[in-house]
Write a protein that binds this ligand. Structure first.
Ligand SMILES: *[C@@H]1O[C@H](CO)[C@@H](O)[C@H](O)[C@H]1NC(C)=O
Ligand SMILES: *[C@@H]1O[C@H](CO)[C@@H](O)[C@H](O)[C@H]1NC(C)=O
Length: 215
């Protein structure tokens, strides 16, 4: 049973590797769709293969960011979340302005519906929102990082600035998941690019440049 599962995962990953190397197929598929989907990985694992397998089953064509890293531009960034944001921003610059873009993490995400359903759901929701809205999953981790290292608000913050910034976050009476999950969002390309650029600039301005090797 386990052997079958392992073989299946290897088989799926093998197919995906083949697909990824067929640039004309990738370009053709991407051009036909108003919805562009991307994920980021540093390395292939059984978890990422399970995620890619579910994408494959639902006709989701994933742009896999992170593996191709000319000049090791991303590797010098030690913090994975910052590396991901930089990769997303760079990739978004090559996506057409009229596209709707979905980004999901790779190790804990399964695809359960077709891209058409995702696109239709986005149109339904975004009809009531302005075009520059980015819809993202909320989480309890404080992110993007502020002046101190910890992700969660805590008494270990050494200066009051993070608390002042925290006060700027929108509150909700229904949920304690107030913070952005960088690995789960959907938006029109210009809005997504603006947010990634903002996150990147925000983190660059901070001391993460030295702490995390962000260049
Ligand atoms: C979008 O809205 C239409 C009209 O209300 C509805 O029929 C359809 O099921 C919705 N689609 C999705 C994917 O939410
Ligand atoms: C949240 O609670 C406050 C105080 O009870 C109330 O004034 C406000 O309208 C609520 N907001 C939402 C979005 O429910």
């Amino acid at each position: 049973m386990l052997a079958t599962a392992v073989l299946l995962v290897i088989g799926l990953c093998g197919s995906l590797t083949l697909l990824r190397n067929q640039a004309p197929v990738q370009t053709l598929l991407a051009q036909q769709k108003p919805l562009w989907l991307a994920t980021y990985i540093d390395d292939v694992s059984p978890f990422t293969c399970a995620s890619f397998g579910s994408a494959w089953q639902h006709g989701v064509h994933l742009h896999i960011l992170g593996l191709k890293d000319p000049g090791n531009k991303l590797k010098v960034i030690r913090n994975g979340k910052i590396r991901k944001v930089v990769a997303m921003r760079d990739w978004l610059r090559s996506v057409p302005e009229e596209a709707v873009v979905v980004f999901n993490d790779a190790t804990d995400v399964l695809y359960l519906v077709s891209p058409d359903e995702v696109y239709q759901a986005f149109l339904n929701i975004s009809a009531k929102l302005s075009a520059d809205t980015v819809l993202f999953a909320g989480e309890r981790n404080l992110w993007p990082y502020f002046d101190d290292y910890p992700e969660r608000p805590s008494t270990h913050f050494k200066n009051p600035d993070p608390w002042q910034r925290l006060a700027l976050y929108p509150t909700s009476n229904q949920s304690s998941f107030r913070f952005a999950n960088a690995g789960n969002w959907i938006a029109r390309q210009p809005a997504a690019l603006a947010l990634m650029t903002r996150w990147d600039n925000l983190m660059k301005l901070r001391k993460y440049k030295t702490i995390m090797g962000h260049t």
